[in-house]
Write a protein that binds this ligand. Structure first.
Ligand code: B12
Ligand code: SF4
Length: 463
């Protein structure tokens, strides 16, 4: 039995535009969901993982499979349907799963043979068994998996040449920020994989650099932090000689022992969601963690960096509290906090989030010709109507922010500071140049966007 597992590409995602900016090759990541599915697949299936981010293959030239499984985030849905249409035309049954299939079940059911909602661990073997006997059901639900049922991801099935490997150690988040799909999809309960499984999987990752995809590697409660410390101790003890980057909340900075253990275990960078420079913005997003009284972001960032760990700060533009000037305000806040890299995204109502419900109610979802418009739900296009910013205004704010933070003089200042502090000047330089290189790419993308979709994104209230 032959199984193709497909990760559809979205040409609008800058990370796959390697041709337009060669630095983007550092941002093509392994599709972990498919490696996990492969790990759950019994040996009688011959598996091929197709990652279209590396280039779409010539499907007709490939041997005909018995089953196709497609994964998709919302931004990939449109291409997922194209691939599904092509396969079904050839008479090959198509199963789709992942976050978009879970959040937009009816839409997906119309376009594939079978949909798997939720996490796959508890249900995928059943789906395959049914497919083998030609009795696929229209819908399966995997619910939330037990973390000791998460198999070793099949790291061996993907081509080499990725800049980063991928691994997951926890799922779920209790914080339920308004714009984020994680609590709705993976649940509020923070679930942790057994540490020996994580160590074994780390050992199987061929790449020297690894992305730990957890939404919050250290969790929120003392017992989560204790587990993170145990994990770091185990990773250090295993002498993996790998460097990894992860996502965490700013409370990562609050525990010196945690930082020291993370660095010893190979942590070289952390992605932190600051989201807004304004406390009212944080309140609007429900990002309670960043509102801790007396929190000094600059000191927190410094504490992390002192352990040789780079900090990437993430912010969102287009909040109801954001007024003209927000772009420069974000850039200045990020510089003041001292982050090594800045990633700013447009506020985007993703299906299944609290923000989606609110914007729908207020008729502020501007790009709603689905499924075609999903391609713009990359968080890098303004798909909603923003309260105090017009379409041109919100784009200008984004560009002002990037031009400010990624000016050549600012980049040099950051790189020199890293050099001075014996940190990682080269990585900072590559990271900063990647974003800077995308400025030109983004300008063109915004111009195309305005030409194709601009008439539908008028603001709610003129600034
Ligand atoms: C790592 C990651 C990335 C990596 C992607 C790596 C990759 N190629 O997979 C990078 C950094 C590139 C990335 C980019 C983006 N991401 Co992202 N990302 C994540 C993150 C943190 C982890 C995903 C992951 O690997 N999980 C581990 C695997 C094992 O879990 P899983 O994917 O859910 O798969 C399980 C089930 O869903 C199911 N399943 C999945 N696929 C299939 C298929 C079949 C056939 C079946 C049966 C089951 C099944 O089974 C799996 C095992 O249980 C998630 C948050 C999260 N917790 O999911 C956000 C998340 C998926 N990303 C999100 C977004 C918005 C994006 C971007 C659009 C924007 C951005 N700038 O970040 C881009 C789009 C990329 C694109 N190609 O279109 C949103 C998606 C929301 C949505 N509705 O789509 C999430 C949920 C974060 C959030 N804050 O809401 N992302
Ligand atoms: S943004 Fe981060 S902290 Fe907030 S709900 Fe999502 S994963 Fe949790």
């Amino acid at each position: 039995m032959r199984l193709y597992l497909i990760n559809p590409s979205n040409p609008l995602v800058s990370s796959v535009r390697v041709k337009e900016s060669r630095w983007n090759r550092y941002r093509v990541w392994k599709p972990l969901s498919l490696m996990v599915l492969a790990g759950l697949t019994p040996p009688e299936w011959e598996i091929t993982i197709v990652d279209e981010n590396l280039g779409a293959p010539d499907y007709p030239a490939m041997p005909r499979p018995d089953l196709v499984g497609i994964t998709a985030f919302t931004a990939q849905a449109n291409r997922a349907y194209e691939v599904a249409r092509h396969c079904r035309r050839l008479g090959v049954p198509v199963v789709m799963g992942g976050i978009h299939a879970t959040m937009c079940l009816d839409e997906v059911m119309e376009r594939v043979d079978s949909v798997v909602t939720g996490e796959a661990e508890g249900i995928w073997p059943q789906v395959l068994e049914d497919a083998r006997h030609g009795r696929l059901k229209r819908r399966y639900d995997g619910g939330l998996a037990e973390m000791d049922n998460v198999p070793l991801a099949r790291q061996d099935l993907l081509a080499t040449g990725y800049a980063f490997g991928a691994i997951q150690t926890t799922r779920g988040c209790p914080l339920n920020c308004s714009f984020c799909s994680v609590t709705a999809f993976n649940g509020a309960h923070y679930r942790q994989r057994p540490i020996p499984d994580v160590v074994r999987e780390f050992q199987s990752v061929p790449e020297k650099r690894v992305l730990v995809v957890d939404d919050n590697l250290i969790g929120t409660r003392p017992e989560h932090i204790a587990r993170a410390k145990d994990l770091f101790r185990a990773l250090a003890q295993a002498k993996l000689r790998k460097q990894w980057i992860a996502q965490a909340t700013i409370n990562f900075a609050d525990d010196e022992e945690l930082l020291a253990l993370a660095a010893k275990a190979g942590c070289s960078g952390v992605y932190i969601g600051f989201e807004s420079p304004a406390p009212e913005g944080l309140r609007e997003l429900g990002k309670k963690f960043n509102l801790l009284k007396g929190r000094d972001f600059r000191a927190s960032v410094r504490r992390i960096q002192r352990h040789g760990i780079l900090v990437v700060g993430s912010f969102i533009i287009g909040l109801d509290v954001d007024e003209p000037g927000i772009g420069n305000r974000i850039a200045e806040a990020a510089s003041q906090y001292g982050v090594d890299n800045l990633n700013v995204l447009f506020l985007t109502p993703l299906p299944g989030t609290r923000l989606w419900d609110q914007m729908k109610l207020e008729d502020r979802i501007a790009l709603d010709a689905f499924p075609e418009d999903w391609s713009y739900y990359t968080l890098t296009f303004p798909v909603a109507r923003y309260k105090h910013l017009t379409l041109d205004g919100v784009i200008e704010e984004m560009l002002a922010c990037d031009r400010n933070f990624y000016s050549m003089s600012s980049i040099l200042r950051r790189v020199c500071r890293n050099l001075w502090e014996y940190r990682k000047p080269l990585i900072t330089l590559v990271g900063n140049l990647t974003y800077r290189g995308n400025l030109r790419v983004n300008c063109k993308a915004y111009a195309d966007f305005k030409r194709q979709r601009g008439n539908r994104t008028n603001c709610v209230k003129e600034s």
